[in-house]
Design a protein around this ligand. Structure first.
Ligand code: MOS
Length: 715
């Protein structure tokens, strides 16, 4: 019997490859919608002085022009971090104020997409511009301590890191930077809204069905039950669809005013400014160690850019302060407020930039100690969190290093930089640890067992590519003793039982444990003699979840477990080979090996795909992706897939994913840790460390591009 842990091909595969799968932007079942096209701001700061609508109205087929003057009441709403649902609290079209480049200023609606687009192009907007701040080092930007910006923020610390650093025999004191990045999901940010009898249906790809239902209702001043959100498949999300964007309520209001369903089509470049992104970060890492390699002081400081009103912080020190043993740990996160759109979740939001900086600094420390980087990690491995001394529910970091290292052939590495040349190619091998919190949140599910031995699972979770359809069928099949293809799974609809946002790699753990609970109740009922169709609705409130988890879940807010007695993380180790051309600086990555321990793996096939995708994403951040900013105008300049670099097949070599067995009886009843973001986190540093090993050039920012490698060693 195929059950949990059985490699299973994705059950939604045929629908995806035959086009039967419906995404937010594909043909929703609406007869004759009108089409909407957005007009976005050409300046980053100032106000709209005048809008001339006449040229837009003059376009044949244009049936509506909506601006701040006539869109009607929309509550801007609080950000996700601030206890609301929104990616930004900046409410466009609420006034004439412009707070960032690409802010929505108008929605033009036409009988056809072409008419709407023509009308949008002809709409004339006059601005009164003021000089904006683009980000770091810009005039007018403001630096605020994380603890001052947000009541929730904490800077973990223990001991006296400053004193311990001063007296440490071996010291590393380095600065690292990461670039601005945008998710660029394949599927654009489209929305279709249709009203009937005061009720709104919205087709929009989302990672948070119950968030859309509750958040949009709040924005529009209607009851949550009057919003029906539909998103059976998501064409890429990576965090960009975890919070609500401001576009949705605007489309809903326009559809209401025109009494017509409206389908909004946005462009690739609008996606850079109407949704969230990862802002650039800066880090100062100080490591003090004894000559034996034991860390005596870890100091982790980070600065992140955000918008003026929203103190969005990824604050990855919550994780990096727990990676290695040290009696003295200091951390501090600050935000830099500028005239930018509000950043937000982007694949492994907290850990990615912060683990990158720490794991590169660890590589530097290994060189300073003339020690193997894997051995340095082994010496500083810990089974308790250095801040509070709480145990990890399980931690298999070194098992991951050992298995991935063996598969990679790490013992054949020679330590000196530039020591492994192959003709004109400088060969470099690098490694880094990866970590991600093992999140779980309150989740509900309805399971029906039919007399013919089929079953149905209903849960308002999200198919964001990770394979939730297949995982859900495997768990229910396992529990009920039937084959997974006998289980019908329904997700991606707000009329289904509430599930948490599919973010923070929590979905498989949250959803599986809820399904298991419902199935257990079915089995109990059957044991007591129930027959015919047995249907159970169950809510799983995990141990350690907030008191008001039930309410939070029904409000579309994730009730995450915050470990009080233990800390919960998945770990992994990543090894990368790069080849850098001696003369041109061209960087190639022929192979990478990652080993990951994440508790019980429900479906090894989709798990490997996810981890592989994560590794490619991390490689991409290390070598390719960066959003460039015109610093005078505070505008993004490469807002398209031609100039925003992402790897293609030719950029990716062999990627080997090893699943390291790990049993965790504490993390949740099924012992599942999420893997959606784990594969990504360590890759940035592993690639960067390999580039140093190849070239002897320590580039302390990502992405690393060839122009930095053509001038020879500088380290
Ligand atoms: Mo993920 S960035 O938490 O969707």
């Amino acid at each position: 019997m195929a059950g949990i842990g059985t490699p299973t091909k994705r059950l939604d595969g045929p629908a995806k490859v035959t086009g039967a799968a419906h995404y937010g932007g594909t043909d929703v079942l609406i007869a004759k919608p009108a089409y909407g096209v957005l007009v976005t701001s050409a300046i980053a700061r100032g106000r709209i002085a005048a809008i001339d609508e006449a040229p837009a109205h003059a376009v044949k087929g244009v049936i509506g022009v909506f601006t701040h003057k006539n869109i009607g009441a929309i509550e801007g709403g609080k950000t996700f971090d601030g206890g609301g649902y929104m990616g930004t609290s900046i409410a466009p079209m609420a006034s004439d104020e412009i707070q960032h480049d690409g802010q929505i200023v108008a929605l033009v609606v036409g009988e056809t997409f072409e008419a709407a687009r023509e009308g949008a192009h002809r709409l004339t907007v006059k601005y009164e511009a003021r000089p904006p701040s683009a980000g770091f080092d810009s005039r007018g930007s403001r630096t605020v301590a994380g603890t001052d910006a947000s009541k929730k923020h904490q800077d973990p610390k223990v001991g006296d890191a400053e004193a311990a650093f001063t007296s440490a025999p071996v010291k590393i004191d380095v600065h690292y930077e990461t670039a601005t990045e945008h998710h660029n999901p394949m599927e654009l940010f489209t929305t279709t809204c249709a009203w009937a009898n005061g009720k709104l249906t919205v087709w929009e790809s989302s990672q948070n069905m119950w968030g859309v239902k509750n958040g949009l209702a709040k924005q529009l001043g209607i009851k949550p039950d009057d919003v029906h959100a539909v998103s059976p498949f998501v064409g890429g999300a990576f965090g960009s669809r975890g919070s609500l964007t401001q576009r949705t309520a605007i489309v809903a209001r326009a559809a209401q005013a025109l009494d017509r369903p409206i389908k909004l089509m946005t462009t690739r470049d609008q996606g850079f400014t109407i949704a969230t992104y990862r802002a650039e970060t800066r880090h100062r890492i100080r490591l003090g160690a004894g000559r034996d390699g034991k860390l005596v002081s870890i100091s982790l400081e980070g600065e992140e850019v955000t918008s003026r009103p929203d103190p969005y912080m990824v604050a990855g020190t919550s994780s990096t302060t727990k990676l290695y043993a040290s009696p003295n740990v200091y951390s501090k996160v600050s935000i830099v407020q500028a005239d930018r759109n509000t950043p937000g979740f982007m694949r492994s939001p907290p850990e990615t930039p912060y683990v990158y900086a720490l794991e590169c600094a660890m590589d530097e420390l290994a060189y300073a100690l003339s020690m193997d980087p894997v051995e340095l990690r082994r010496i500083n491995d810990t089974l308790t969190d250095p801040i509070k001394g709480m145990p990890f529910t399980s931690r298999s970091l070194m098992a991951c290093f050992d298995q991935a290292g063996a598969a990679f052939g790490w013992n054949k590495r020679t330590r000196a930089p530039r020591s492994m040349q192959d003709g004109d190619w400088l060969v470099g091998w690098g490694t880094a640890a990866t970590m991600y919190p093992a999140n779980i949140a309150a989740c509900a599910a309805r399971v029906s067992l039919y007399p013919d031995g089929r079953a149905r699972v209903q849960v308002a979770s999200h198919e964001i590519g990770q394979g939730i359809y297949t995982v859900s069928a495997l768990v229910a099949g396992d529990k009920l003793g039937i084959a997974p293809d006998r289980v019908t799974v329904e997700v991606g609809d707000s009329s289904l039982p509430p599930a948490p946002v599919s973010g923070g790699s929590n979905s498989t753990a949250s959803v599986s444990n809820a399904i298991a609970k419902a199935c257990d109740e079915i089995l109990e009922k059957r044991a007591k003699g129930a027959n015919g169709t047995i249907e159970v609705y169950a809510e799983n409130i995990p141990e350690g979840a907030p008191q008001n988890s039930h309410e939070m879940m029904h409000e579309g807010k994730p009730a995450f477990v915050r470990g009080e007695k233990n800390v919960r993380f998945a770990f992994g180790a990543q090894f990368v080979e790069v080849r850098v051309h001696r003369l041109t600086g061209e960087i190639r990555v022929p192979r990478a090996v990652g080993a990951f321990a994440a508790g019980r793996i429900v479906n090894p096939i989709t798990a490997k795909s996810q981890l592989m995708g994560g590794m490619i994403w991390g490689l991409s951040a290390a070598l390719h992706e960066a959003t460039e900013i015109d610093r005078q105008a505070a505008r993004y300049t490469n807002k398209d897939l031609a100039e925003y670099l992402m790897p293609v097949h030719a950029d990716i070599g062999e990627i080997d994913v090893i699943l390291v067995p790990e049993e965790d009886r504490l993390v949740n009843p099924l012992g599942i840790k999420g893997i959606g973001e784990l594969g990504n986190v360590g890759m940035n540093a592993a690639v960067a460390n390999a580039v140093f090993h190849a070239t002897g050039v320590r580039v302390r920012h990502i992405p690393i591009r060839l122009e930095e490698l053509i001038s020879g060693p500088s380290a």
